[in-house]
Design a protein around this ligand. Structure first.
Ligand code: ATP
Ligand code: MG
Length: 572
């Protein structure tokens, strides 16, 4: 059983590694005495879906920087979009951030907590002549916006008197107008080369119940306005976000500069995480859930934090992955094998060993006394003798893995075959005498003999079989279910398929294989969430949906990256 540990107290960034560009900026700011020596970051999810591994990167960065520099990190829900948001998502996000090992120390905030203040700042902008109420239709706004090469055109309502805009804005709030009838727009520059600065909308009318404010509001602030000012309210010093917000930074700074805010935050952008064979947009993940392609947001094939948790990932592995990929300013595509390596490395150190037979083939040891049962003692973790050992029953009838036997073995196959001797993990040598077949010609049982002198896994004459295979005692093994997962998409870049909906065309029809398997009896004590290394097979985690007495084991990852090896071979 693996127990989770937190990221630990930090006395500064990892001295063994060169500072990334964000930690360099923070270090310089501290040296220059900016922000009164404070470091304050935030993680700002929109509660419109579950967090994914990309968010984990952002969490490790914002919470990590705060921890390393003795600062603080807030959890802020960016809930300005009432139609798509839900408390289910709020709860899941809180759980996932905590599970990753980070704590916001009670600083759990909501953009919706600031709606009144944001409204007052909007009035301030109107009064300063920096915002106006427009009644162009959405289509007209689009026509006026211009393009990357052509400047936009000013709305005929742009120079509406301040008093008139103020009156209209108050009536917008009071609910006098239909959805979309009016918008509040910043008055910046319709000829700006940055389209975000061409009089962006600050408020729109939306009659939708909000998961926190209910029906109190029928106007909602736009993301750019709400986000910048929420940062300012909370005294955020370094507002870390992904690159797609780079072009929004001038607007971010404009909002902060033109409202009477208590502090001046700085936005810094970094490259989002993109993973091979993985779809990461929340909208697409939601589609997979809604269409039943997967078993909910925490399906072990999902790249969500809850999916990875159910799959058997540890928070340590995810944090280590985030550390290994680092932060950079340029977009790139990370091989999902790197994520798998991180969990393999972590579980290799910590997961207790056990034996399970996924595709059982019966073995009868003809010269072993009927009715006798021995107890074989095997280490829980051969690399950590201090972890102790486990008792595994041995008897005349065993199960071994079907693909550990071949009737006509090719050259490099050293496992069981007629006349071939192998070692059973931790104990006796057995020799296959013959294979018993059914009417269809399929092998249904192996008849073997054993060498009683090899109980401790060694022969007195020093002979060594070329293969060791795992086994369970047929009478003692427990029935269980194994779920083997493969990539959800066969395309390396499923998010890039052209055309709407085409990202779904590369869904892998074989991403889940369910097997009835046999596991060693000590696993009867396993609890949901427990992780094991099944010898020679991979790492497995007990599913939360296991029925008592019949555990379900999710395969977290294979022992080696067999897929990469197969792909390599296929590619020559
Ligand atoms: P999606 O695009 O999947 O819907 P989002 O960016 O809209 O996600 P938010 O809830 O707004 O989701 O994200 C919260 C924070 O996480 C933001 O600061 C965002 O920059 C960051 N983030 C989102 N996706 C990634 C990613 N793939 N890599 C790194 N950070 C990310
Ligand atoms: Mg977003």
């Amino acid at each position: 059983m693996t127990t989770e540990t937190g990221p630990g107290a930090h006395a500064g960034p990892d001295a063994a590694k060169p500072l990334d560009f964000i930690r360099t900026i923070v270090t310089d700011d501290l040296k220059a005495g900016r922000n009164g020596g404070r470091v304050h970051t935030r993680f700002p999810p929109e509660p419109n879906g579950y967090l994914h591994i990309g968010h984990a990167k952002a969490i490790c960065l914002s919470f990590g920087v705060a921890l390393e520099f003795g600062g603080k990190c807030n959890l802020r829900f960016d809930d300005t979009n009432p139609e798509k948001e839900d408390v289910e998502y709020v709860d899941a996000i809180r759980e996932d951030v905590h599970w990753l090992g980070f704590d916001w120390e009670g600083r759990e905030f909501y953009a919706s907590d600031y709606f009144e203040q944001l409204y007052l700042w909007a009035e301030e902008l109107i009064q300063k002549g920096l915002a106006y109420v427009d009644n162009l239709t959405p289509d007209e706004v689009r026509e006026h916006r211009g393009t990357l090469t052509e400047p936009g055109r000013e709305s005929p309502h742009r120079n509406r008197p301040v008093a008139e805009s103020l009156d209209l804005f108050r009536r917008m709030r009071a609910g006098e107008f239909e959805d979309g009838g009016y918008t509040l727009r910043a008055k910046i520059d319709m000829a700006s080369p940055n389209i975000n600065m061409r009089d962006p909308a600050l408020y729109r009318i939306r009659r939708a119940a909000h998961h926190r404010t209910g029906d109190a509001w029928c106007i909602y602030p736009m993301y750019d306005f709400a986000h910048a000012l929420s940062d300012a309210i909370e005294g955020i010093t370094h507002s870390l976000c992904t690159l797609e917000f780079e072009d929004h930074r001038p607007l971010y700074d404009w909002c902060v500069a033109n409202c009477t805010v208590p502090s001046v935050p700085r936005q810094i952008e970094f490259a989002r995480l993109n993973l091979t064979y993985t779809v990461m947009s929340k909208r697409r993940l939601l589609t997979l859930v809604q269409e039943g392609v997967v078993d909910g947001w925490d399906d072990p094939r999902m790249p969500t934090i809850s999916g990875l948790r159910r799959r058997g990932y540890t928070p340590e592995a995810i944090r280590e992955f985030a550390a290994r990929i680092g932060v950079a300013k340029r977009e790139n595509l990370v091989d999902v094998a790197l994520l798998e390596d991180a969990v393999r490395d972590d579980l290799n150190r910590r997961a207790p060993r056990a034996m399970a037979v996924l595709r059982p083939l019966k073995v009868v040891i003809e010269n072993y006394p009927e009715g006798e049962v021995e107890t074989i003692s095997l280490p829980l973790n051969p690399d950590r003798p201090e972890d102790g050992s486990r008792a595994v029953p041995f008897s005349r009838e065993l199960y071994v893995e079907r693909d550990d036997f071949m009737e006509e073995p090719p050259k490099k196959f050293f496992r069981l075959a007629p006349g071939r001797e192998v070692r059973l993990r931790g104990t006796y040598f057995v020799t296959c005498v013959r294979a018993v077949k059914d009417d269809a010609g399929d092998v249904v049982e192996l008849r073997c003999t054993y060498d009683p002198a090899t109980r401790d896994g060694n022969a007195p004459d020093g002979r060594k079989p070329k293969a060791t295979i795992h086994w369970v005692s047929a009478a003692h093994a427990m029935d269980a279910e194994a779920r083997l997962y493969d990539r959800l998409f066969t395309s390396m870049t499923p998010g890039d398929e052209a055309g709407d909906g085409n990202w779904r065309t590369s869904l892998n029809p074989a991403s889940l294989e369910v097997l009835a398997c046999r596991v060693e009896p000590a696993l009867a004590a396993a609890r949901p969430g427990d992780r094991f290394q099944f010898e020679r097979l991979g790492y497995f985690c007990v599913d939360r949906g296991s029925a008592p007495g019949r555990p379900v084991f999710n395969r977290t990852v294979t022992l080696k990256d067999t897929w990469a090896r197969v792909a390599q071979r296929a590619g020559g």
